[in-house]
Design a protein around this ligand. Structure first.
Ligand code: RB5
Length: 147
C-alpha cells in the first residue's frame, strides 16, 4: 500500500511545506496537500483540523507547517487519536515516532531552516514505533484511558 503524507500549512509555512513535500515524494510518499495554496494571510487551525481529521481516519501520517509550528500542534492535538509532535531537531523527530507513536509532525518555518527541516522530516519518516512498554504509555496520553 502506498504510504501517504497529508500536508498542510498556513501562509507562513507555505514555502517550507512545498519543499518538504518534495522530500516526502522522494521517500516514496504520496503527498496530499490540503492547503493553503497561496501566500494570502490565513488561519492555521483551519489546516491543522483538516490534516488531523484525515490522520485520525487513518489516511496517513501528517505534516503541518506554520511560523512556529506551535499553533498547528495545539490545534492538531485536540483530535482524539492524533499525536502531533513539534520538532526542531532530528533526534526528537526520530524518538517521537519510536516512543510516542507520533502521527503528525509539526515544524516552524520561522524557527528552522530548510536543510534542517528536511532532515527532521526524513528522521520522522524513517523511524517506527517500538511498541512494548511505550504502547502502555502512549495509551495513557489520552486522559479518558486513565483509571
Ligand atoms: C502567523 O503569523 C503565525 O502566527 C502562525 O504561522 C503560527 O506561527 C502560529 O502558531
Amino acid at each position: 500500500m502506498a504510504k501517504t503524507l497529508i500536508v498542510g500549512s498556513d501562509h507562513a509555512g507555505l514555502d517550507l511545506k512545498r519543499e518538504l513535500s518534495g522530500v516526502a515524494a522522494e521517500f516514496g510518499y504520496e503527498v496530499v496537500d490540503i492547503g493553503t495554496h497561496s501566500t494570502d494571510s490565513t488561519d492555521y487551525p483551519d489546516y491543522a483540523h483538516q490534516v488531523a481529521s484525515a490522520v485520525a481516519r487513518g489516511e496517513g501520517l501528517g505534516l503541518l507547517v506554520c511560523g512556529t509550528g506551535v499553533g498547528m500542534s495545539m490545534a492538531a492535538n485536540r483530535h482524539p487519536g492524533v499525536r502531533a509532535a513539534l520538532c526542531g531537531d532530528v533526534f526528537s523527530a526520530s524518538m517521537t515516532r519510536q516512543h510516542n507513536d507520533a502521527n503528525v509532525l509539526c515544524i516552524g518555518s520561522r524557527v528552522v531552516g530548510g536543510g534542517l527541516a528536511a532532515e527532521i522530516l526524513k528522521a520522522f519518516l524513517n523511524a517506527n514505533f517500538e511498541g512494548g512498554r511505550h504502547e502502555r504509555r502512549v495509551n495513557k496520553i489520552d486522559p479518558s484511558n486513565e483509571g
